[in-house]
Design a protein around this ligand. Structure first.
Ligand code: NAP
Length: 292
């Protein structure tokens, strides 16, 4: 399998996967709303301008492809009743894939969405993610679904606000933080390995930390700037969520991350796709050396 189209390549987690696919010699097509940005990021890719809300543009990007990678998200400002790239966009891709000769669908899901219905927790974003997994499975097209634990990148790009790393409530269980580059290598290996079989891979990194401990480990090894943690109680996050869509999203994701009883489940993934190598210390050191 050589030809692959990536949807969501310009995103936080789509970028490292797209770069790894190109480096591994795949013929990569990227459909992006901002093609100039995508060409700058991936000069070797075939970049097509397109929006997932426009089926004709999606069809053009999928023409002649063998595999489709979907690295999409529900953003913090989306409402349940909105159109979602991660739901209706993916439905368009699946319908087109059934009509075209697509041999594999690859989808980035998340491990923490399995917290849905535990402890009476209910969040429409997790219900959406569940529906997509179901639709992919019903498509009868061979699939690979990735369920990653928390990415180390989320500490730097999502929790870090200026010189503070934001934390909320009490983190009850250690999370197996994974670096996006390790995950990207596993995605490439899965494409080299799989024929017609379906696979669901739990993606976890080499060490587990509670979120407050992970933040302190990152701070200890991040030399570019002096950082501190900033903590908010859950009742305050819940209250702010009544006034702001963004805080409502934050309240739900933090509640799920704090309470999902994550255990190590990546034995099979490591056996088939290789063991992740990057520790949180190494990740923080790498981020310290970044330009800009
Ligand atoms: N953060 C974590 O620790 C973690 C852990 C496990 C799983 N995950 C999962 O990872 C997934 C991806 O996250 P991410 O942070 O990489 O997301 P992201 O940065 O928001 O990227 C989303 C991508 O989708 C593209 N997109 C959005 N709407 C589109 C449309 N209408 N047409 C075409 N493209 C569109 C965006 O393109 P533009 O550049 O044009 O906006 C972007 O490339 C999420 O579903 C999340 O649940 C995250």
């Amino acid at each position: 399998m050589k030809n692959i189209v990536v949807f969501g390549a310009t995103g936080l987690l789509g970028k490292p996967v797209t770069k790894a696919l190109i480096a591994a010699g795949f013929r990569v097509t990227v459909m992006a709303r901002n093609p100039e940005l995508a060409r700058g990021l991936f000069p070797e890719a075939n970049v097509i301008k397109g929006d997932l809300s426009k089926p004709a543009e999606v069809a053009t990007a999928m023409q002649g492809q063998e595999a489709v990678f979907m690295s999409l998200s529900v953003t913090q400002t989306e409402k349940e009743t909105d159109w979602h790239a991660e739901e209706q966009g993916i439905e368009t891709i699946i319908e087109l894939a059934k009509q075209m000769d697509i041999k594999r669908l690859l989808y980035l899901s998340s491990l923490v969405h399995l917290y849905q219905d535990m402890d009476n927790f209910d969040w429409w974003v997790f219900r959406l993610k569940r529906r997509i997994v179901k639709k992919i499975k019903e498509s009868k097209i061979p699939f690979t679904i990735f369920y990653p634990s928390t990415f180390m990148e989320s500490i730097f790009y999502q929790s870090k606000q200026g010189s503070m790393i934001a934390l909320g409530g009490e983190s009850k269980y250690p999370l197996y933080y994974i670096a996006a580059d390790d995950y990207a290598r596993q995605v490439v290996n899965s494409l080299k390995l799989l024929k017609d079989e379906n696979r669901e891979y739990v993606i976890q990194g080499p060490e587990a930390f509670r979120q407050d401990v992970a933040a302190k480990e990152f701070i200890r090894h991040y030399s570019k700037q002096k950082l501190r943690t900033m903590w908010a109680p859950m009742f305050m996050m819940k209250l702010m969520g009544f006034f702001s869509q963004k805080f409502n999203y934050g309240y739900h994701i933090v509640t799920a991350l704090n309470n999902y009883p994550e255990e190590f489940e990546a034995t099979q993934t490591w056996k088939e796709l290789g063991k992740p190598q990057i520790t949180l210390k190494e990740f923080a050191e790498r981020m310290s050396q970044r330009e800009g």
